[in-house]
Design a protein around this ligand. Structure first.
Ligand code: ADP
Ligand code: MG
Length: 693
């Protein structure tokens, strides 16, 4: 149960005065439905209204708070003209201008003969001092309320600063003091205030510097969020460790057979990764390990060999991929090896025929089938395993945590291996998974050649097409990628189709089209035609970003490369250079090139090291943007900025560890306060493991 004193924070924003259903919806869109959501929206700028000159001293372009007498209203003859109000003080005159102003409203707001405080930007228009739509108009006795530094919040269409400021102001008033959950010595060392005081302070910046992420109030709040997330991860992990795992140990027989059937040897890092995994699986604890490796580094093979350990031990293993295409590809890679090892392998996707599906389900349930590759169809209720010992999840950032859990729950104390081709920077990794065991594939398989990467302006697309023509004539296979901008899928598809038509006309019979709107049967037909060399050129959207594996492809053209993030460019480029032939990547960009885009393309030319590219990506874009990407699967941080608060993240990790060591059930005074922290950041899931365990 959520502690009582948090209740006010979890009220709907519509419980605030002046916030009805309409504004409530807008606030929800902006921040979320609850008061606590609103409180996490910190101001991004300030407006200093403390400057209170006479009219004569007011300078155009600056924000001023003036005390003026209302002299005369000039009601416009037509609503197309502005409504003007003449005002003055002893030193001069000023005109207040309103577009679409309502007469009765303005006459009440600015009664002739009285004094008002007006605050806004001073302008000079045709020699006259004026102010258009003052931000504030109040009677003199409310002067102090205006004469201050005002926080400026991000808005959404339909909301005004005033509404948001007022809503947040009231939400702050309703915010209770909470028992301190941070270590007092740590607080003192950082000179941080308590939670409530920090929250109030963060919403009341006095100067620009107060908006910086390292301002004590902001840093404290960021740390709270990071600690909540690290503690939640650590609790769940601790809980999982206490559930008895199983020791899965094989005799190596099947692995040896499969390896002998391979035309190549494992790379050093593949062997190391496999050893690490085997060692984890042999322990009686549950394994949670990440297998991180650049595209083409050979993760699938490592995963398959790990799966064989289960078969050697008389159990089963499953590999889940995020898309049908990927599942089929993994399946195709593994099938010959499974056959060589004499192990029964099945494919399970949402598109299997009834009969085949029944057979697969039967085989998994009675243990006749040892290994299965599939999509999320694997976690459906009708899927049962005789004895699932290992779940491998590929590209897990596309899966929710609950899907991972769902697969693990199909067996008893299932070991989990998560594969990701996205090289995640250390900071983000820590934020997402806490202290997770990681195996990294750092070498490319032998025989791979570096990819020749070049950046060219789009104007040279004609030359590029000529070059592609020569390559095709020489038997090469080429990808041609057009960008997809999600906001306007229609236009994007039109672009891709247009490019397809042009290239098809130029290279008749050799060009295929691939995008997400095609039926998957159609997509697969095109893919296999390309893989088998019946098509030479594949015009595609980023659907080919992940997993597509055609070792014979040697040319990658990316149009509007400046629109892609580094990680994405890296993934795209990774589609070539997978065989022994030399590959080329041509990044076509539109001019003029922004600074960040220029830096990105430079890095792409400089290195193929996915980890370095990921670090650069984080640096260039900031974590916010990285995390904002839909598929990141990384925790959505509201107060912490991982690019700025990397050190705090380390500290939060250490602190969470200490807490788990000393007070794993959160029963001490600090523990109780920490429970409130977990609820505050909606990590109820972690609190629940406390009770369950
Ligand atoms: P990833 O999943 O990491 O992108 P894959 O496992 O799909 O990489 O491997 C990419 C290609 O490299 C596959 O065709 C695979 O057969 C091949 N491969 C894997 N390991 C090696 C190796 N040690 N030497 C040569 N080729 C390898
Ligand atoms: Mg792969």
């Amino acid at each position: 149960m959520r502690p009582q004193n948090l209740t006010p924070l979890f009220a709907q924003t519509t419980s605030l005065p002046g916030i009805g259903p309409r504004l409530g919806k807008l606030l929800e869109k902006l921040a979320g439905p609850l008061l606590v959501d609103l409180l996490w929206r910190l101001p991004f700028a300030i407006v200093d209204r403390r400057h209170a000159p006479d009219i004569a001293q007011a300078r155009a372009g600056e924000i001023a708070t003036l005390t003026v007498a209302i002299d005369e209203h000039h009601v416009p003859r037509s609503p197309r003209h502005p409504y003007r109000v003449s005002c003055s003080d002893e030193t001069g005159r000023i005109t207040l201008t309103f577009f679409n102003g309502r007469e009765d409203y303005l006459k009440k707001l600015l009664p002739v003969g009285e004094q008002r405080i007006v605050s806004g930007k001073v302008e000079l228009y045709q020699g006259e001092v004026q102010m258009t739509h003052p931000d504030h108009v109040v009677p003199p006795e409310q002067r102090d309320q205006v004469l201050r530094v005002e926080p400026v919040y991000g808005l959404t269409a339909g909301l005004t600063q005033k509404v948001v400021q007022k809503a947040i102001g009231t939400a702050l008033e309703r915010t209770p003091e909470l028992a301190e959950w941070q270590d007092p010595a740590f607080l003192a060392r950082n000179r941080w205030a308590g939670w409530r005081a920090s929250l109030v302070r963060a919403h009341a910046p006095g100067e620009e510097a107060d908006l910086a992420p390292d301002h004590p109030a902001r840093a404290r709040l960021a740390f709270d969020e990071l600690l909540a997330s690290q503690l939640a991860i650590a609790l769940v992990r601790h809980h999982n460790r206490t559930i008895a795992g199983r020791a899965t140990e094989g005799d190596g027989r099947l692995r040896a057979t499969a390896l002998a059937a391979l035309p190549f040897a494992l790379t050093g890092s593949q062997s190391t990764a496999l050893d690490e995994i085997a060692c984890d699986m042999a322990k009686p604890e549950r394994m949670v390990r990440l297998l991180q490796g650049d595209v083409g580094s050979g993760k699938t093979l490592v995963a398959f060999l790990a799966m064989l350990i289960c078969v050697e031990a008389g159990a089963q293993a499953a590999l889940m991929a995020p898309t049908e295409l990927l599942a089929r590809q993994h399946y195709a890679t593994i099938v010959p090896l499974a056959e060589a090892a004499g192990v029964r392998l099945a494919l399970l996707t949402g598109r299997d025929g009834q009969k085949q599906k029944r057979e697969t389900l039967q085989g998994l349930a009675d243990g006749a089938i040892s290994l299965v590759v599939g999509t999320h169809a694997l976690v459906q209720e009708d899927v049962q395993f005789a004895d699932l010992a290992l779940a491998v999840v590929d590209e897990q950032h596309r899966f929710g945590v609950h899907q991972r859990m769902a697969l693990s729950s199909k067996g008893h104390a299932v070991d989990l291996l998560v594969m990701t081709a996205t090289p995640i920077p250390r900071t983000l990794m820590l934020a997402a998974y806490g202290d997770l065991d990681v195996s990294k594939l750092t070498e490319k398989p032998a025989g791979r050649q570096p990819i020749d990467t070049r950046a060219l302006p789009l104007e040279r697309i004609g030359e590029v097409a000529d070059g592609v023509g020569r390559q095709i004539a020489g038997g090469a296979r080429v990808y041609w990628v057009c960008p997809l901008i999600e906001e306007s899928e229609e236009i994007d598809l039109a672009n891709v189709e247009e490019r397809f038509d042009l290239l098809k006309a130029r290279f008749p019979g050799k060009v295929g089209l691939l995008h997400g709107r095609l039926k998957s049967a159609e997509r697969e037909a095109t893919m296999s035609a390309f893989a088998e060399g019946r098509l030479s050129l594949l015009v595609a959207t980023t659907v080919i970003e992940v997993g597509v594996d055609v070792p014979a492809a040697t040319v990658m053209v990316v149009e509007h490369a400046e629109r892609f993030g580094l990680a994405q460019l890296h993934q795209l480029r990774g589609r070539v250079g997978r065989g022994s032939a030399r590959s080329t990547c041509l990044l076509l960009y539109a001019q003029p090139l922004g600074e960040t885009a220029r830096a990105r393309l430079a890095i792409m030319r400089e290195t193929e090291d996915g980890f370095r590219i990921a670090e650069e990506d984080l640096r260039l874009r900031g974590a916010g943007e990285l995390l904002g990407t839909r598929q990141s699967g990384l925790p959505d941080m509201r107060l912490a900025d991982l690019a700025a608060h990397g050190e705090l993240l380390q500290a939060a990790r250490d602190d969470a560890r200490l807490v788990i060591d000393r007070d794993p059930d959160l029963e001490s005074a600090r523990g109780t306060a920490l429970r409130a922290l977990l609820y505050l950041f909606r990590r109820d899931d972690a609190v629940r493991t406390l009770r369950a365990g």
